[in-house]
Design a binder for this molecule. Structure first.
Ligand SMILES: [Zn+2]
Length: 347
């Protein structure tokens, strides 16, 4: 015996089916792209909460750059060093963040020194005009020896992260690790990378492990921000307690994103990379998310909070669930932007 509700529903379905006898193929209702875009942004906002407002603002709310960067001109701060941004716009104090991880970055961009039993692994450098003071100077202030730098892992070949790699390779003989496509960019644009072009060294692959003494960093290919962008997982110690870190290597949408082709595919590459990295973060139970811009992980403010921490929780620890939310912000914002391009193709 059918319930009245089912009977009414069945009658409605039958009525709908015979209501338009002349129509051969039933038309699907038009997709409501605006609604889908709002939902994607909303999911990113919910995931961001109060923890990741900088990332949310950068990739969900602010306008994005669009086209491919094919310029090969020497940057002004190389040809006219006096035109480099004033020191007080970028200077920040170095800080010991974990037992074996040190912040040696600036007010905007970050560089991190991971100490091991056999030397130092450095994550990212900064511009050519401030890597010497912030990284080398910062390490010395913290009692670290720059001569101990054995590896420099460059998340991607943009001048705000690769700017000190050539200098550290030349002065300290450190090995440089970077994604294959980003090594190619460095070689393709000799003027753009003037003084920032380390000699080709280690080409990273997905799952590659860099081991130095008692410490291993695992590299994950996360193309999107650039074709060779890398992210990492590794462990640090907080007052002796092991803590797992996920390091997100590229964030903003400064790939070609202003036309459906190749924008839709570029966003898909980016989204897939964030899923890949979220899986690795979950597998290693990462409770800390780090990046190379304070805008995204709030590093400079958190460094100040460490000083007043007392016996409280570590300010960088957002929990495993928090780390997953970080990657949901990236995915939600990328999906919203991808939907806008799909909308352009809709009839
Ligand atoms: Zn970049």
């Amino acid at each position: 015996m059918k319930s009245p509700a089912i009977r009414i529903a069945t009658a409605l379905i039958l009525a709908a089916g015979i209501a338009a006898p002349g129509v051969v193929a039933q038309q699907k209702p038009a997709r409501d792209f605006d609604k889908e875009i709002r939902a994607a942004v909303e999911s990113a906002k919910t995931a961001a909460g109060f923890d990741f407002l900088g990332t949310l603002a950068r990739i969900c709310l602010l306008p994005q750059s669009g086209g491919e960067n094919t310029n090969d001109t020497v940057p002004d701060y190389i040809t006219k060093p006096a035109s480099a941004p004033a020191r007080d716009t970028w200077y920040a104090d170095p800080a010991k963040v974990f037992d074996n991880l040190y912040f040696v970055g600036g007010n905007i961009h970050s560089s991190w020194a991971l100490t091991t039993s056999q030397g130092i692994i450095l994550f990212d450098t900064i511009f050519p005009y401030n890597s010497e003071e912030l990284i080398i100077g910062g390490m010395k202030r913290l009692g670290l020896n720059p001569g101990d730098i054995k590896y420099v892992l460059i998340s991607h070949a943009h001048s705000d992260h690769i700017g000190g790699a050539e200098m550290i390779q030349k002065q300290y003989g450190a090995r440089i690790v970077m994604g294959g496509p980003d090594w190619q960019s460095v070689e393709r644009y000799p003027n753009r990378y003037k003084t920032m072009a380390p000699k080709r060294d280690i080409v990273a692959t997905d799952g590659m492990k860099i081991t130095l003494g008692d410490t291993t960093v695992t590299i994950w290919e996360t193309p999107g921000h650039t074709p060779g962008t890398l992210s990492y997982t590794f462990a640090v110690r907080d007052q002796g307690r092991p803590v797992n870190v996920a390091y997100s290597g590229g964030t903003a949408f400064n790939f070609v994103n202003n036309t459906p082709n190749p924008g839709i595919q570029n966003f898909q590459t980016y989204i897939n990379s964030q899923r890949h990295m979220a899986e690795q973060a979950a597998a290693t139970r990462a409770t800390v998310i780090l990046s190379n811009h304070s805008e995204f992980d709030n590093a400079v403010n958190k460094n100040r909070m460490i000083a007043g921490r007392g016996n409280g929780p570590h300010p960088y620890e957002v929990g495993a669930e928090g780390v997953q939310r970080y990657f949901q912000v990236m995915q939600g914002c990328a999906r919203a932007a991808q939907l806008k391009l799909e909308q352009q193709l809709a009839p």
